[in-house]
Write a protein that binds this ligand. Sequence first.
Ligand code: GDP
Length: 391
Amino acid sequence: MKLATIGVGNAGSKIIDRMLEFEDKTGRSLCRHVLVINSARTDLAKPDYVPEDRRILIGDTHKKAKGHGVGGDVEVGAEVAKHDIDEIRRAFDDVEIHEVDAIIVAAGLGGGTGSGAGPVVIEELQKMYDEPVYGLGILPGEYEGGRPALNAARSLQSFVQKVDNFIAFDNDAWRSRGQTIEEGYEQMNRELAVRIVTLLAAGEIDETDVAENAMDSSDIMRTLDTDGVSSIGYASTTISGDTDDGLLNRFREDETPVGDATDAAKIKGLVRRAVNSRLTIPCEVTSADRALIILSGPSELISRKGIESARQWLENEADTVDILAGDDPRPNASELSAVVLLSNVTETPRVDEIQRQAVDAQDKIAELEAAREEEINELITDENDELDPVV
Ligand code: GDP
């Protein structure tokens, strides 16, 4: 697939940057256009791979932002994007839309810029183009507290209503012990980039190289075309050196013909590992509406029989007949990877938890606001209320 990629806010921009890094390292060319949008000047300086002229600052003339960000306020995030919508639109104008199959907008939903400006950006893109617009959204961890949960629960509604598909990533599920928050984010961003790029870059290889079973961009787009929330599973095995199951060493050593029953079972095993791995958002696999399996690596290592049996296995597992499976031939890849897209998953416990946390936070914020007003009044009013204000 060929994509226009847009990062909104700090997390969104970092993820786009890691996608560009991963495609650069693996010789893919998925992201044909890139743009990052932020209300904080300092965050705009962070990306390593996004060209300088593809970074735009919004809200620098807005009284509550002034180039310093929106302080985690989702309303201000939306306001600055609306205020600077002409500038955003001009940046889109540079996108040669006939060159791309789809547009993806990445954002962290717990802050102010990504969660507030993200849906405004998407709304504009949907007005301007016929191509599908996908959201890639990061859900905040429970440990972040009530405000990020409230931002995320509200922003999730806007994102999902406006995009053609919302690919979710749950920070809670991916948090590891013994890491600083920044180290954790760095690792999560890389993991997410590998999954997104491996999934969406399938089908970009030119026709001459295409294997019989090659996945096509239109297959991926069809699976994503559900208007719902998606989760991605992934597993890989190294081709040279030590592999955890010896699959590819065996291919090397004795040149076992592709299609051999044992190796088909190993391909199926890799796909099963992907589905049973930590998904980008934990979910009930049976709640998926559609699914897609892609095997990415040297085509001589991808057994047709393996792909078919993996597809059949997932059909049973996910309890849906709408499953596509194919390969993404990468002759020089150092790994064989399986990526599984579960589209329109409806049972995701983390979303329910965030909503509960958000409702509690909203109640607490309302209580605190009312109490604060009363306290201020008490402070400035004399004991017997004998004094009047000047004006
Ligand atoms: P914004 O710039 O106002 O949109 O705010 P940020 O993007 O800095 O943060 C929004 C939310 O994204 C936070 O509440 C975190 O949950 C999450 N977040 C921030 N940075 C990262 C990151 O690098 N990786 C991941 N996975 N999540 C992040």
